[in-house]
Design a protein around this ligand. Structure first.
Ligand code: CDP
Length: 227
């Protein structure tokens, strides 16, 4: 069974996907982390995102894999905290707009998902990666609420990883709005609401309330599949 979740930054899709993975024993795939890994390596190797052939070569040169905790393995190195920096946030949407890089990421997701129960989240999971997913969700919330949530996450990350440069709420909201714009206007793999997705506005809901709704949707679908 495939559960596909799309939505903009900070809508709660990673948290909900993890809860589904833990409670139903599904494999969790955070698709965005692979775009972030390519972006991180481009920054490390000083490859400019505008230099498309060099970006494609970089993505093909490295070996990537998704790890069960949602992080990414790049050439045998686990990447996690380094994927969530302001530097990566600033250009990941531009990197992920390159169709050849999208094709690489989609192939990796499909290959590790084969024959498994999977919950995957991102921008084009319901529309491109798993258009036949049994459960499709689109999570949403206002940009302000999403920025507040992301700010709290970054503060927690800053404390645990001892990072010095946590951005302000205003900076986060600006980045979220910039990415929303780029992500909805992409020529390939744009963020959109699939016709057959359940739309949930989570602005006024706690994560537990969102999960309660999602749980009911999943149970109804699992029950339907058994008939
Ligand atoms: O966690 P957050 O929602 O901030 O972002 P993410 O899921 O880590 O994705 C980072 C960026 O990768 C997004 O802003 C998109 O530009 C891109 N992305 C994409 O194009 N397609 C996906 N399926 C997932 C992410």
């Amino acid at each position: 069974m495939k559960v596909a979740i799309d939505g903009p930054a900070g809508c709660g899709k990673s948290t909900i996907a993890r809860m589904i993975a833990d409670n139903f024993g599904f494999l969790y795939i955070n698709s965005g982390n692979l775009y972030r890994a390519v972006t991180y390596l481009a920054l490390e190797e000083k490859v400019g995102w505008r230099h498309v052939p060099a970006m494609i070569a970089l993505a093909q040169r490295h070996r990537f894999d998704y790890l069960p905790d949602g992080s990414v393995d790049a050439d045998g190195k686990r990447l996690s905290g380094e994927l969530r920096t302001p530097q990566v946030d600033a250009i990941v949407s531009q990197v992920s707009a390159i169709p050849e890089i999208r094709a690489e990421v989609n192939a990796i997701i499909r290959s590790i998902s084969e024959g498994k129960n999977v919950v995957s989240e991102g921008r084009d999971i319901t529309t491109v990666v798993f258009p036949d997913a049994e459960v499709k969700l689109y999570l949403d919330a206002s940009a302000q609420i999403r920025a507040e949530r992301r700010f709290r996450e970054r503060l927690a990350q800053q404390a645990s990883d001892k990072l010095s440069d946590a951005p302000s709420i205003e900076e986060i909201q600006k980045n979220i709005e910039m990415r929303d714009k780029l992500d909805t206007r992409k020529a390939v793999g744009a963020l959109k609401i699939a016709k057959d997705a359940v739309y949930l506005d989570t602005s006024d809901l706690t994560i537990e309330q969102v999960y309660e709704k999602v749980y009911k949707i999943l149970m109804a679908r699992i029950g339907h599949g058994r008939k």
